[in-house]
Design a protein around this ligand. Structure first.
Ligand code: G3I
Length: 385
């Protein structure tokens, strides 16, 4: 994508003509007032995000929890209306799904899959191998002698339970941590300590044997921005993906979590587009898996905040969806009523955070418009993956 040709949908008009997202990035306009008043987020038609995504052969969805479905009918209706794919926010993580070595607790996630099936939605599995949210028995029971069997049993049991029903699995989550100082960038997780780097290939192979139909994904964060950390993370993730592909590992997609910050202060459309192309050149699909935005540093004014968040989403998704290998966009939550950011990244002014497409009353916000516009602008994919 040539620098000069990247122009936002509605463009950002100034007296000097169209200001491209690249030029805005070049000018390093980081103040939230950088969103020109003339930039609008109008959406044509009444189609839902689910319908707009399906029209283009894409998936749009959100993370949610089974208890939210059980207790909140307004929210459940909004999910059914707006999403054609959902992902359990925590019900398939080890601490919930395997409370003890020999006990698997599928009921909470089963409820989510039943809901998805009833509403003709797909489901993502998140996540088979992660260093967080592990049950306490893992610390005491896992060692270098039994780790391979424990991991193999887990992946095989969980993936076979949902075989044929899961669109895709985050097989390995967040395995790259540049700060841990390894030349391969791998995170010093219990899995690496016990099994060495081969744990990643093992996880994908067991998952592929357990469900040959699922799209097997490596999922990670921190690849969004042109910062020293972002550039290093992109390079290390690409190296990992290269190695896995060269090794014949059955990996099919990269999941980019896309937990954005403030007003995308370091978002460089050109370098992000180049990174996406490098992933696609490996023959991998790409999913935006956990889109949201930490807005605690944005001004209190909700109109300004909503506009800034919408602009960040539309700038980001316009580039992401310009890459044909991108097959899905999921936000990490659908409504501000339920977002991990309320507790993990609260605003210093105490105001409720507003990162998601729907507000806490399930009303669409400009963030919804931004996603709708991004879906409307992108090219048609051959079929829903
Ligand atoms: O629902 C139970 C509640 O019944 C229980 O009393 C309570 C105390 O144990 O726990 C509650 O479950 C919590 C769950 O969120 C639902 O709120 C878990 O403790 C808590 O660990 C869990 O946190 C999740 C976190 O991952 C760790 O699994 C967040 O919801 C979830 O948004 C967050 O998501 C991660 C992705 O998996 C990976 N990418 C980053 C993203 C944000 O951190």
């Amino acid at each position: 994508m040539k620098r000069r040709t990247f122009v936002l949908g509605a463009g950002a008009f100034t007296g000097m003509g169209i200001v491209t997202a690249s030029e805005r990035w070049q000018s390093k306009q980081t103040s939230v007032s950088a969103i020109p008043a003339t930039r609008n987020f109008t959406v044509s038609g009444k189609a839902t995000l689910r319908q707009r995504a399906a029209t283009k052969g894409l998936l749009y969805g959100a993370a949610l929890q089974s208890k939210q479905l059980e207790t909140d009918s307004v929210f459940s209706r909004a999910i059914a209306q707006e999403c054609n794919i959902i992902v359990p926010e925590f019900e398939l993580k080890w601490r919930t799904v395997r409370p003890s070595p020999s006990v698997y607790h599928f009921a909470p996630a089963d409820k989510l899959l039943s809901f998805a099936h009833a509403h003709n939605m797909k489901t993502r599995g998140h996540t088979l191998v992660w260093h967080e949210d592990l049950p306490s028995w893992v610390d005491s029971a896992l060692n270098s002698l039994n780790a391979k069997q424990i991991l193999t049993d887990h992946i095989s049991t969980v993936v076979k339970h949902y075989a044929g029903k899961m669109h895709s699995w985050d097989v390995v989550n967040e395995a790259i941590e540049p700060k841990d100082g390894r030349s391969d960038g791998l995170r010093n997780s219990p899995w690496l300590t016990m099994l060495g780097p081969e744990y990643i290939d093992l996880a994908f192979r067991v998952a592929a044997e357990s469900d040959p139909k699922a799209v097997l994904t490596y999922n990670d964060f921190g690849m969004d921005y042109d910062t020293p950390f972002g550039r290093k993370k992109r390079m290390l993730v690409l190296n990992l993906l290269h190695q896995l592909k060269a090794n014949g590992t059955p990996i099919h997609a990269l999941g980019i979590q896309a937990h954005l910050h403030r007003d995308n202060p370091n978002f460089n459309p050109d370098s992000f587009s180049t990174f996406l192309q490098e992933v696609a050149d490996l023959g991998l699909k790409i999913m935006i898996t956990e889109l949201d935005l930490t807005e605690k540093k944005l001004p209190t004014d909700t109109t300004l905040r909503d506009r800034t968040i919408a602009a960040a989403y539309e700038d980001y998704l316009t580039v992401a969806l310009s890459q044909p290998a991108v097959i899905a966009v999921l936000t990490w939550g659908l409504s501000d009523r339920y977002t991990w950011l309320s507790t993990a990244e609260p605003r210093t002014d105490g105001a409720p955070v507003r990162p998601l497409p729907l507000d806490a009353q399930m009303k669409r916000k400009l963030a919804w418009n931004a996603i709708a516009r991004s879906l409307d602008k992108t090219t048609q994919r051959s079929m829903i993956p």
